[in-house]
Write a new protein. Structure first.
Ligand code: NAP
Length: 492
């Protein structure tokens, strides 16, 4: 029997509404390809209503005492914390990300993000500038106005929280467009937020990129654009921002290198590589270490251990606690990943180490399941080594010369993350300094932690968002006020 389809609304001005278009988007569970929910298919008119309400709300929200705004974020964090298992289940169902390895850690991080920014409200400080005894010159950190935020589906609630919490902390109001494929857990968090904030302070709209995202990016009353997604769409957002000279933050794609030196403990480092490649999120992560540069001396033994461990990952129902690895988000991404695998299989210079095309029969064929795949190739110039696949396809490249491997690591128009694995910390630090990426980790492959200024070099992005500095730079504007104290008294 097919499941009951739940009809959701979007949130504008504190109200739960349908789109003016009255159209809906169906939400499919990628693990079984069944439709289980609908959301409104927002259009330009909905964007307009949402932005207007956020513009009105800005007048009072921007004047709320920062301490009070911080307390509100802490209260939201507590409420999310109380409902985190329910939200984790929604994430697992709509994204296909496994509940134990991905969805629960994601919602725990969301609670941390709200708590982190809740504690920063007293840090919206300005400076005094020493211009002499007779001038008082100081700066204020002021909010920008209505933030237009657009997010993708791969870690939807975490990426939403990275924009909601700093926007609200700094006194901005916010209109966010959720990803078409994964709007439900973000809607749940937005619903929780509504209980704590006045109407219009945070509006969440649902719809497609072209019908809903684009009108938001071009809306004349938006004062700042904050976008997370692909580099291709990021360029469109930057163009929209350029029209009105708006500040813009872009968190974009990546093709991150992992460099393994021959002195590592192989068994331990293999686990690190699996983590860095985000195999348990089907590698649908912007920071996935998807180019593995393995020293020639350890190549064969390391790759064998890696393939053995990947083979033991349990792929299956995202809602089952036993599952390590869930599904790709949708048919479009699944087809794209399979095309890359076919390309690898057809390439004469390439050796397949493990994985391959997904099974056509059995339980895994019922959803968009793929299997961890590794190709060995000498070249860094090959399509699979250059393009962001956003699926569990790792390219392993042997290296011998340190300068050469750093050069290869930097031969990319991306520069989001990088991983260096060595027991020689001097080597590790030198490599970290030489790599052109916004975030380099040495001997760890973890995800982001609130407080670290996260963002990309090159075409991986612009601006930083995850930290105090990121919040101040990306969500406030600095006003300088200079007062001449040397004014003569009025003659009576
Ligand atoms: P995407 O296609 O760029 O979409 C991202 C968001 O933009 C979605 O909400 C999408 O709407 C919307 N959009 C699409 N076209 C638009 C347009 N013309 N105007 C305005 N909005 C538009 O990216 P994705 O496939 O969802 O996500 C994967 C990408 O995100 C990867 O490249 C990944 O590396 C990147 N990413 C980066 C970070 C980071 O922090 N650097 C984090 C996560 C993901 P729809 O939902 O309707 O498509």
């Amino acid at each position: 029997m097919s499941e009951k389809i739940i009809d959701h609304k979007m949130i504008i001005n504190g109200d739960y509404v349908n789109s003016v278009s009255n159209q809906k988007i169906g939400i499919e569970c990628p693990a079984n390809k069944q439709l289980f929910a609908t959301v409104p298919r927002g259009i330009k008119e909905d964007v307009d209503i949402a932005v207007k309400s956020s513009l009105i709300a800005f007048q009072s929200w921007s004047k709320v005492n920062p301490k009070e705004r911080g307390k509100i974020l802490l209260d939201i964090a507590n409420d999310i914390d109380d409902q985190k298992e329910e939200i984790a289940k929604i994430i697992a169902k709509e994204t296909g990300n496994a509940i134990r390895t991905q969805a629960r850690p994601e919602i725990n991080l969301v609670v941390d993000i709200f708590r982190y920014f809740g504690g920063l409200s007293s840090e919206l400080k300005g400076e005094t500038i020493p211009l002499g005894e007779h001038v008082l010159s100081y700066t204020r950190r002021e909010p920008l106005g209505v933030v237009g935020a657009i997010i993708p589906w791969n870690a939807p609630v975490m990426l939403a929280a990275c924009k909601i919490a700093p926007s609200l902390c700094t006194g901005n109001t916010l209109v966010m467009k959720a990803a078409e494929d994964a709007p439900l857990a973000v809607l749940k968090v937005a619903e929780i937020c509504q209980k704590h904030i006045p109407p219009g302070v945070f509006n969440l709209i649902t719809g497609t990129g072209s019908e809903c995202g684009e009108p938001l990016a071009y809306h004349p009353d938006i004062s700042k654009l904050s976008f997370t997604g692909s580099t291709a769409v990021g360029k469109l957002i930057m163009r929209a921002a350029a029209e009105r000279v708006l500040p813009v933050s872009l968190e974009l794609g990546g093709k991150s290198p992992s460099i393994v030196y021959p002195d590592v403990n192989e068994d331990w480092t293999v686990d690190g590589i699996i983590g860095a490649m985000r195999f348990t999120r089907q590698s649908q992560s912007c920071t996935a270490g998807s180019r593995l540069f393995l020293h020639k001396r350890i190549f064969d033994s390391f790759i064998e251990q890696l393939a053995n461990k990947l083979d033991k990952l349990i792929i299956g129902d995202p809602l089952d606690d036993k599952t390590d690895m869930g599904t790709i988000i949708n048919n479009k991404q699944y087809t794209k990943v399979c095309d890359y695998i076919k390309d690898g299989l057809d390439n004469k210079e390439t050796e397949i180490i493990c994985g391959g095309l997904p099974p056509k029969e059995g339980p895994l064929s019922e959803g968009y399941f793929t299997i961890p795949t590794i190709f060995r190739n000498k070249s860094n110039e090959w399509r699979l080594a250059k393009e962001e696949i956003f699926g569990p396809v790792l390219v392993a490249i042997p290296w011998e010369d340190e300068n050469e491997v750093i050069k290869m690591a930097n031969q990319s128009h991306y520069g989001l993350a990088a991983y260096v694995w060595t027991r020689d910390i001097t080597r590790g630090i030198n490599a970290a300094h030489a790599i052109e990426s916004g975030w380099v980790q040495v001997n760890q492959g973890l995800g982001q932690v609130p407080g670290h200024s996260y963002g990309g070099y090159k075409q991986s992005g612009l601006g930083r968002e995850f930290s105090l500095e990121g919040m101040l730079d990306s969500f406030t504007q600095r006003k300088n006020i200079s007062i001449n104290l040397n004014t003569p008294a009025k003659e009576l």
